[in-house]
Design a binder for this molecule. Structure first.
Ligand SMILES: Cc1cc2nc3c(=O)[nH]c(=O)nc-3n(C[C@H](O)[C@H](O)[C@H](O)COP(=O)(O)O)c2cc1C
Length: 178
C-alpha cells in the first residue's frame, strides 16, 4: 500500500502590501512566511507555489485595481507550473491571501485544473481584517467533490508569529476524519 501524501499549495505575492494600516514593501509574501512554518513541522509534505505567468504590479494601488478587474471578469490567469502527480496526494493544505474577499483568481485556475474528488483540502487565508471572507464558500463551489475542513484565518501582519494558527492547520490536516 502506498502512503498518501500531503501537498502544501499556496499563492503569495511579493511587493507592496497593506500592513496594519499602512503600505509596506514585503520582500517575502505573508503566505510564503506561513508556509515555511508549516513545512518546518511537516517536512514530509511537498510544496507547490501557485504563480501566474503575468505578474501583478508590485505597487499596491495598481495591484488592487488589477485584482478587481480580474475578479469582475472571473479571469483564470495562466499559471507558471503544474503539479507533477496530483493523484499521489490525499490532503492539500491550500494557502492564499484575501483579495477583495476571495482568493486570487489564480487559486481558481489551480482548483479547476485537477481532480480533487475525495481529497481533503485544508484552506488557510491571510488577510488584513476581512478574515476568510467568502473564500470557503467560493472554494466549495469550485471543488464540490473535495472534502473541505474548516478554514484558518491568519492576520497577514502577524505571519511571522502565527504558531497557534499553524498548529490549527496541522490539526485539520492530520485529524479530520479520512
Ligand atoms: C489585491 C489585494 C487585495 C486585497 N484585499 C483585501 C481584502 O479585501 N481584505 C483584507 O483583509 N485584506 C486584503 N488584502 C491584504 C492581503 O490579504 C494581506 O496583505 C495578505 O496577508 C497578503 O498575503 P501575501 O503576502 O501572501 O500575498 C489585499 C491585498 C491585495 C494585494
Amino acid at each position: 500500500m502506498t502512503m498518501a501524501k500531503t501537498l502544501i499549495a499556496f499563492y503569495s505575492r511579493r511587493g507592496q502590501n497593506y500592513v496594519d494600516g499602512s503600505i509596506r514593501n514585503l520582500p517575502r509574501g505573508n503566505n510564503e512566511v506561513i508556509v515555511e512554518k508549516i513545512q518546518a513541522l511537516l517536512p514530509e509534505a511537498d510544496v507547490f507555489r501557485i504563480d501566474t505567468v503575468k505578474q501583478y504590479s508590485e505597487d499596491y494601488m495598481v495591484c488592487i485595481e488589477e485584482a478587481k478587474q480580474e475578479l469582475r471578469a472571473k479571469a483564470r490567469p495562466e499559471l507558471t507550473a503544474k503539479v507533477e502527480n496530483m493523484a499521489q496526494y490525499d490532503t492539500i493544505i491550500l494557502g492564499y491571501p484575501n483579495w477583495w474577499g476571495v482568493p486570487p483568481m489564480a487559486v481558481f485556475t489551480f482548483l479547476e485544473i485537477y481532480d480533487f474528488a475525495g481529497k481533503k483540502i485544508v484552506p488557510f487565508c491571510s488577510h488584513e481584517g476581512s478574515g476568510l471572507g467568502g473564500s470557503i464558500r467560493q472554494i466549495k463551489m469550485a471543488v464540490p467533490e473535495a472534502r473541505l475542513t474548516e478554514g484558518v484565518a491568519i492576520h497577514g501582519a502577524a505571519a511571522s508569529h502565527c504558531d497557534r494558527e499553524v498548529n490549527l492547520i496541522l490539526a485539520q490536516a492530520r485529524l479530520f476524519p479520512a
